[in-house]
Design a protein around this ligand. Structure first.
Ligand SMILES: NC(=O)c1ccc[n+]([C@@H]2O[C@H](COP(=O)([O-])OP(=O)(O)OC[C@H]3O[C@@H](n4cnc5c(N)ncnc54)[C@H](O)[C@@H]3O)[C@@H](O)[C@H]2O)c1
Length: 383
């Protein structure tokens, strides 16, 4: 059986997402399963070429996983004879320049979100990739999570009738860093370093709403910095200059209203760290990362408002779990496999840099809406 090797320059693999989800759970997992089987026979063997700022960290990481290619020079990595794809999971402000260098070197590009810090920058990347004739992909991992795949299955199967509204709750308590270490990097809380809830999460909400429910047509966002001072990785206090919570209202095509709360200053009273409730004329669903529960019109209770009585129904118990009806692999890995097949076998792939730019567009408009205190239209994006 033939084995085609494809070199992937991986930048940012010493970070949280780059290491755990992209290197270990995606690329190394594909190698552990013997490579990626290709249509028409043969397998694809991804060969990581690690690039980053710290030689010590890269060497340690490469040794730990038996990898041989690493360098602190992006130019050197891009010039590696095996390199065909450039992947970026660096901090957001470092991304644009590195992707431009990769496109100029003729590499296909796959990147974490947000694809750039501004819509202008994100569109430029999409345009450059198209002009250079390279393939591009932006991470949209939530679309490949079991809970949201089940939600999509319900939408596609017509379960909801007419969809009326979506309410999303995302968040958890991120420790301030004084009493207990923060569980997220400090740059996330500094606007000048590409941090902030809206820039981080609105790109996700854009593809979740567009891809599962209906295209987003307008946004109103209220942003807050609930915790104005935090303590960084070195124990130094710093001013949290970015928003750590965003309360967004989105109008979707077809008159659907979506409202999503996102907060790093909320304590979890949910089954999962994110949950979306979708209400339709025929039924409702609550989808999380893994699970999805439903209530059909026919099994909907008829509560009557009476504060003098205790709750008359066990509301939470009246929902029914949607069965898996299949195996779900890691969402990041599933998307990597689709992108790799797109690059080597021309398989169709929708989640390109233009789709990534739509996420940046919603974040940019969300930040503007919060600054100006008004609702803003989300215009169609074209290159
Ligand atoms: N898809 C998702 O669900 C998801 C979740 C979290 C983060 N992300 C995205 O992934 C990217 C990385 O986030 P993370 O949480 O892994 O961050 P992190 O701080 O853990 O990792 C950042 C990486 O960038 C590198 N880097 C390059 N230049 C840097 C600089 N000037 N300062 C600091 N680090 C620098 C670091 O060495 C490290 O490898 C961000 O763009 C973020 O938006 C995506």
């Amino acid at each position: 059986m033939t084995r085609r090797v494809i070199g992937i320059v991986m930048n940012g693999v010493t970070g949280r997402m780059g290491y755990r989800q992209h290197l270990v759970r995606s690329i190394l997992a594909i190698r552990e399963q013997g490579g990626l089987p290709l249509d028409g026979g043969g397998t694809l063997w991804p060969e990581p070429i690690l690039v980053g700022r710290s030689a010590d960290k890269l060497k340690e990481l490469a040794d730990r996983h038996g990898l041989t290619h690493w360098t602190t020079s992006l130019d050197e990595a891009l010039a590696h004879p095996l390199a065909e794809i450039y992947f970026d999971s660096q901090v957001t402000p470092a991304r644009e320049q590195a992707i431009k260098a990769a496109i100029a070197a003729g590499k296909h590009v796959y990147t974490e979100k947000p694809t750039a810090e501004s819509l202008e920058g994100a569109l430029e990347l999409a345009r450059l990739a198209r002009e250079a004739g390279v393939r591009s992909g932006a991470v949209q991992d939530k679309l490949f999570l079991p809970g949201l795949l089940k939600l999509k299955r319900l939408v596609d199967g017509g379960f909801f009738g007419r969809i009326l509204s979506v309410r999303g709750e995302f968040g958890y308590w991120v420790f301030e860093g004084d009493w207990q270490d923060a569980q997220r990097p400090s740059w996330n809380y500094r606007a000048e370093d590409g941090g902030g809830m809206i820039l981080d999460m609105f790109p996700h909400w854009r593809y979740v709403l567009d891809g599962i429910v209906a295209p987003v047509r307008s946004v109103y966002a209220h942003a807050a910095t609930h915790i104005p001072q935090r303590v960084d990785e070195r124990g130094e206090p710093y001013a949290a200059t970015a928003d750590d919570a965003a309360y967004g209202v989105f109008e979707l095509e077809g008159g659907i209203t979506a409202q999503i709360n996102s907060s790093w200053a909320v304590r979890v009273d949910r089954d999962e760290l994110v949950e979306f409730q979708v209400d339709g004329t025929e039924g409702s669903a609550v989808a999380g990362l893994r699970n999805c529960r439903i209530q059909h019109r026919a099994s909907t209770p008829k509560p009557v408002w009476n504060p003098d009585l205790p709750a008359t129904e066990p509301f939470r118990a009246q929902w029914q779990q949607v069965p898996d009806n299949g195996e779900f692999d890691n969402g990041f890995k599933v998307q990597w496999e689709l992108f790799l097949r797109h690059v080597v076998s021309d398989a169709p792939y929708r989640w390109d840099l233009l789709e990534g730019a739509k996420g940046v567009q919603l974040a940019e408009l969300g930040l503007r809406s919060a600054r100006e205190g008004r609702r803003l239209d989300v215009p169609e994006l074209t290159l």
